[in-house]
Every structure is written in C-alpha cells, then in structure tokens.
Design a protein around this ligand. Structure first.
Ligand code: ZN
Length: 144
C-alpha cells in the first residue's frame, strides 16, 4: 500500500501515513490529526478519494504544467493547516484519463472538493495560497 512519512505538526514525531485508511490518520505519539496527502490514479481513485471519510481536495495536475508546480506547495500548506479536516489527493491527468473524463477536467490545474464522492466545488487555474484557502474554507462549510 502506498504511504508517505509525515512529521506531526504538533510534536514533530515522524509517522507513516497510508494513502487509504479509516477515519483520519493520527500521530502515534500525541494522537493529533496528521496532514493527509496521497496520489491516486484510475485504478485506486475509488479507494483513495471517493471512499474517504473526510472531504477531499483533488489536485488534477500534469507534470508538464507550470501553474501546477506553482500551486502544489500552496495546496500542501493548506493540507497541513487543515489536518484532520481535508485530505489532499493529487491526480496526474495523463495517467488517469478515466477519472479526468468523468470529472470533465478541461484544464490543469483543476481543483475539486469532493465529499462522499460528490463534487461540492471546483475551480481551474493557479491562485495564491490565501485565495485557495478562502475558497476551500467556503467549500468545506457547504460540504459539512
Ligand atoms: Zn504528534
């Protein structure tokens, strides 16, 4: 199973965070929610994104896309700030044609907020971290 090592924002302890888990991943040391970031493709989109227990922030991106590289650190910052409240899922559109088509992604980056497999908000193009955070806060309010 895909996983990555994340330092706990609360106590600094390193934790292995799986791409798929029940509920929300928590620090093994202090039990605070950990930032959750994962990658998904056509084959595991259902498990990684649609079946997650918390809202998903989908980053539909491509390796050749300059604005995608710009927006990526801002999204990871937002995922750290909102640990336990949102799961960041990155989807490389070139490797996930079925997901891209189903979500009607016309441009990259396209950012989509999903809750229980339902799209609650979407936007295309890069934006500064503060603007993304405002947009996401709004979307999460309507998603809960
Ligand atoms: Zn901790």
């Amino acid at each position: 199973m895909d996983s990555r090592v994340i330092a706990c924002p609360n106590c600094g302890r390193k934790n292995r965070v799986p791409a798929v888990a029940e509920g929300v991943p928590r620090c093994g040391h202090c039990a605070q929610p950990l930032p959750w970031m994962a990658e998904a493709g056509d084959d595991d989109f259902l498990d990684v994104a649609e079946r997650a227990d918390i809202p998903i922030l989908l980053d539909m991106w491509a390796p050749w896309c300059g604005p995608c590289r710009q927006v990526s650190p801002a999204l990871e910052q937002v995922a750290r700030d909102l640990a336990g409240r949102v799961k960041l899922v990155k989807v490389d559109v070139d490797k996930a044609p079925r997901v891209s088509e189903r979500l009607a992604v016309q441009a990259v980056p396209t950012l989509i907020v999903m809750r229980s497999a339902t799209v609650v908000a979407r936007r295309a193009g890069a934006a500064p971290a503060a603007a993304l955070r405002g947009w996401l806060d709004e979307a999460l309010r309507s998603a809960t």
